[in-house]
Design a binder for this molecule. Structure first.
Ligand SMILES: [Zn+2]
Length: 73
């Protein structure tokens, strides 16, 4: 259970609501809330969340705050 998003240096662990709202990886080109993954020294990490919607459907717009728990992400 994650009630709030947690940011640990580059890595973000989403809260349950954001995790549930996720539509897939940014690289998949899907619409909606997507996760921006990157590789750190050892593994894939989620480095941000990008919303693809309306006028931002192509490139997307990076979310600075979680729309659910309000934490900075
Ligand atoms: Zn959150």
């Amino acid at each position: 259970m994650n009630e709030e998003c947690v940011r640990d240096s580059d890595k973000i662990t989403p809260c349950d609501a954001l995790g549930k709202a996720l539509d897939g990886s940014y690289h998949s080109g899907r619409k909606g809330v997507t996760s921006l993954e990157t590789v750190n020294d050892t593994s894939f990490i989620i480095a941000g969340f990008v919303l693809r919607s309306g006028g931002y459907v192509k490139k997307g717009i990076k979310l600075n705050y979680c729309p659910f728990c309000g934490n900075r992400i």
